[in-house]
Design a protein around this ligand. Structure first.
Ligand code: ADP
Ligand code: MG
Length: 337
C-alpha cells in the first residue's frame, strides 16, 4: 500500500509581465509539513526583508511549538499526554484555536472535530507509524469511543480547558495553518503593509492589490482528468480562502481511495463525490476549519450549510463523466472568469 501525495487542484497567483509592475517582496519557507509563501507589495512602506523573514519564521516556530502534534514536547502534545481531567490553563493562542475548533464543531454538527486525532493516526495519516493495513471495525470502535468534541469542556470565565475523558486528545492539523496565516497577516498589518498575499499549504489570505494593482489572482485548476484548460481565477482582496480536497493526502488500496479527512461519526475516511471544496471568510482559521467540515459533510449538505452560515463555497464534484463545479451566490462575485 502506497501513500500518495498528489495535487490535482493547485493554487497559484498569476502575474502578467508588464513593465509598470509595482515591486514586490517574496518570502518562502517550510512549516507544518508543507510550504509557505508571503508576497508583499510595500508600496512605499520602508521594508526590511531580513527582519520580516525572521519575524515570520519566529511566529511559525512558536505556533508549532505550541500546537503541533508532531513535536513531542509541544504544549499541545503535553496536554494530550496528560490523563488528567482537571481544568488546565493553556497559552492564550492555543486556547483560542481549541475553542474556535469547538465552535466550528457546533456549527457543523460535529463534521469538524479536533478530537479525531487517534482515528487519523489509526488510518495512517498522523504522527504514528502506519502498519499498512486497513483498520478493523473493532479497532475503529475501540478508538472512536474516546473521540467526540463534546468530551472537551470549556471554562469561559477563567479560559481553562478540561477533558471529560482522560483518553481524549486534540489534533489541530485542520485549523492551525489557517490560524498561522491570520497571525502573519496581523504582523504585516502592524508593520504597515496594505498589500500582501500569505499562503500556507493552500490556506491563504489576500489584502489590497498585487503588483498589477488588481486584486490578488488565485487560480483553481479543475480536475485534470476533465480538462487542463478549465481554470477558475478568483480575485481576492481582504479575504481568506481555504481549500480541502481528497486528492491532497491519501492512500489507495484495492482501488479504493482513503483520504486523510475523517468522518468523525463513522471513524472512517470520507467516502462521497466531493473532490474538493474552497471556502471564503475574513478569518483564515475559520475558512480552514470549515473547508475540512464541508469536505466531511459532502456535496449535498455543504451548499445549504454554507448558505445558512453565510459562507462563500465552491465545490468540485465527481460525476460519472468527470467533474462538475458548484458554488453559491456568496462565492460568485469572486470568480473573474
Ligand atoms: P485539507 O487541506 O485537506 O483540509 P488540512 O491539513 O487542512 O487538509 O486538514 C486535514 C487534517 O485535519 C488531517 O490530516 C487530520 O489531522 C485533521 N482532520 C481529519 N479529519 C478531521 C475532521 N473531521 N475534523 C478536524 N480535523 C480533521
Ligand atoms: Mg483545512
Amino acid at each position: 500500500m502506497q501513500k500518495t501525495f498528489l495535487f490535482l487542484l493547485f493554487l497559484t497567483s498569476l502575474y502578467a509581465c508588464q513593465s509598470q509592475e509595482r515591486e514586490s517582496v517574496v518570502l518562502n519557507g517550510l512549516t507544518m509539513g508543507t510550504s509557505y509563501s508571503v508576497k508583499i507589495v510595500p508600496n512605499g512602506v520602508s521594508t526590511d526583508k531580513n527582519e520580516i523573514y525572521s519575524h515570520i519564521e519566529t511566529i511559525l516556530a512558536n505556533i508549532n511549538q505550541s500546537m503541533s502534534t508532531y513535536i513531542n514536547d509541544s504544549e499541545l502534545s503535553r496536554f494530550n499526554q496528560s490523563k488528567s481531567t482537571d481544568w488546565q490553563s493553556l497559552s492564550s493562542d492555543l486556547t483560542l484555536v481549541i475553542e474556535h475548533g469547538n465552535q466550528v464543531s457546533l456549527m457543523t454538527n460535529g463534521a469538524f472535530d479536533i478530537t479525531v486525532g487517534p482515528l487519523v493516526n489509526l488510518w495512517g495519516f498522523g504522527p504514528d507509524p502506519f502498519n499498512q493495513e486497513i483498520p478493523s471495525e473493532s479497532a475503529i470502535q475501540t478508538v472512536i469511543q474516546h473521540t467526540a468534541f463534546n468530551k472537551l469542556l470549556f471554562d469561559k470565565v477563567s479560559n481553562r480547558i478540561a477533558k471529560s475523558d482522560p483518553e481524549v486528545t486534540i489534533d489541530l492539523s485542520g485549523i492551525a495553518k489557517g490560524f498561522a496565516v491570520d497571525k502573519i497577516a496581523q504582523y504585516l498589518n502592524e508593520y504597515g503593509f496594505k498589500h500582501y498575499l500569505i499562503e500556507i499549504g493552500g490556506e491563504l489570505i489576500a489584502k489590497g492589490t498585487n503588483t498589477e494593482e488588481i486584486p490578488w489572482q488565485i487560480g483553481i485548476e479543475q480536475a485534470k482528468l476533465l480538462s487542463r484548460s478549465v481554470q477558475r481565477i478568483i480575485g481576492l482582496d481582504n479575504i481568506a480562502m481555504a481549500t480541502s480536497g481528497d486528492y491532497r493526502n491519501y492512500f489507495e488500496k484495492d482501488g479504493i481511495r482513503y483520504s486523510h479527512t475523517i468522518n468523525p461519526s463513522t471513524g472512517k475516511p470520507i467516502n462521497h463525490k466531493l473532490a474538493a471544496v474552497t471556502v471564503l471568510h475574513s478569518s483564515a482559521m475559520h475558512a480552514d476549519a470549515l473547508a475540512t467540515a464541508f469536505m466531511v459533510s459532502g456535496p449535498e449538505k455543504s451548499l445549504p450549510l454554507a448558505n445558512q452560515l453565510g459562507i462563500g463555497i465552491y465545490m468540485i464534484i465527481k460525476t460519472d463523466s468527470g467533474f462538475e463545479e458548484r458554488y453559491n451566490d456568496i462565492f460568485r462575485p469572486y470568480l473573474t472568469n
